[in-house]
Write a protein that binds this ligand. Structure first.
Ligand SMILES: C[S@@+](CC[C@H](N)C(=O)[O-])C[C@H]1O[C@@H](n2cnc3c(N)ncnc32)[C@H](O)[C@@H]1O
Length: 294
């Protein structure tokens, strides 16, 4: 069997099994290519049209075994391979933390938040850092900033440590355990936060691949806003005068707007639309504190 035939066979198996995507790929062909190339020890950018070597039986068996494991156990491929990419950056990942996919990474790389930053932006917080992917991408995009990266999960912080060390950023990213902003110290110029925001109804309906991720990463309570309510209430004390928050709310814009109807904010454009990442200034939060919703 040749590489392209093996990928096609794997793609067909994934399609027939109706697995869910969204952890690095969004279709059966890409997912099949990922698993097959990884199992063969080939780079993910291998030109499969050019690779015409006949594969031996052991190679085919190894590749199909991991595809079948993906199907039978409904585990995201990133957990099977131990690696995920975000904005072209590789991250180690295992079941101790969520798989990197935050849209905030796009906003950092495509500079859509830059108009709200200044030359004085130097202290950054990545709250709910998980695997540390946002802290790491932020450190790469802004080489002069220092970043505190906080998370409540010690297990997630172990994965974060691996990624921070892998990218040689231990001198610029401080990992700390913290329940919300409890152990945040500085006034920050920029707070990035991709929190648990999935509402209770959606939690029940999640495909098994998402249930393989730590519940603490996803579960945002009845309307998805449990973490965000406390965070936005506590945040003004941790923002400098020029400070801004960039917050991901996933598919919960409606719940967010119901909970914070008096809060002035800017919805940032991403590849998934203009309703998943919101930017809030310190000034808007302070005004909101004077006229909250309740
Ligand atoms: C959606 S994941 C985001 C992980 C990472 N920033 C990313 O974008 O891939 C949410 C993270 O919030 C953490 N978390 C949940 N509750 C928290 C809390 N009360 N305080 C701090 N972190 C919390 C979880 O452990 C998880 O790592």
């Amino acid at each position: 069997m040749r590489l392209q035939e093996l990928i096609l066979e794997s793609e067909n198996r994934l399609t027939q099994a109706n697995v869910s995507f969204g952890h690095g790929t969004d279709n059966a062909h890409d997912e099949a290519s990922w698993l097959v190339l990884w199992s063969l020890g080939l780079a993910l950018d291998t030109d499969t049209h050019q690779y015409t070597n006949e594969l031996n039986a052991a190679q085919v068996e190894r590749a199909l075994a991991i595809v079948d494991q993906r199907i039978q156990e409904r585990i995201p491929s990133a957990y099977l391979t131990g690696e995920a990419w975000l904005q072209g950056i590789p991250f180690f990942v295992d079941k101790r933390s969520i798989i990197p996919r935050s849209l905030i990474a796009e906003c950092l790389v495509n500079a859509s938040i830059d108009p709200w930053l200044s030359l004085h932006t130097s202290r950054v917080l990545d709250l709910c850092t998980g695997n540390a992917s946002l802290a790491i991408i932020c450190a790469m995009v802004f080489p002069d900033v220092r970043i505190d990266a906080l998370d409540l999960s010690t297990e997630a912080l172990e994965v974060a440590r691996i990624n921070v060390d892998r990218h040689l950023l231990a001198d610029r990213i401080d990992l700390k355990i913290s329940d919300g902003l409890e152990h945040a110290i500085d006034p920050y110029d920029l707070i990035l936060c991709n929190p648990p925001y999935v509402n209770s109804q959606s939690m029940k309906e999640l495909p098994p691949e998402y249930k393989a991720e730590p519940v603490i990463s996803l579960d945002g309570g009845s309307d998805g806003m449990d973490f965000i309510r406390k965070f936005l209430n506590d945040a003004p004390a941790h923002l400098s005068d020029i400070g801004v928050i960039v917050l991901e709310v996933g598919h919960e814009r409606e719940h967010f707007e119901n909970a914070f109807s008096n809060l002035e904010c800017v919805w940032l454009e991403t590849s998934q639309g203009e309703d998943q990442v919101v930017l809030i200034t310190k000034a808007a939060l302070s005004a909101y504190a004077q006229h909250p919703d309740h």
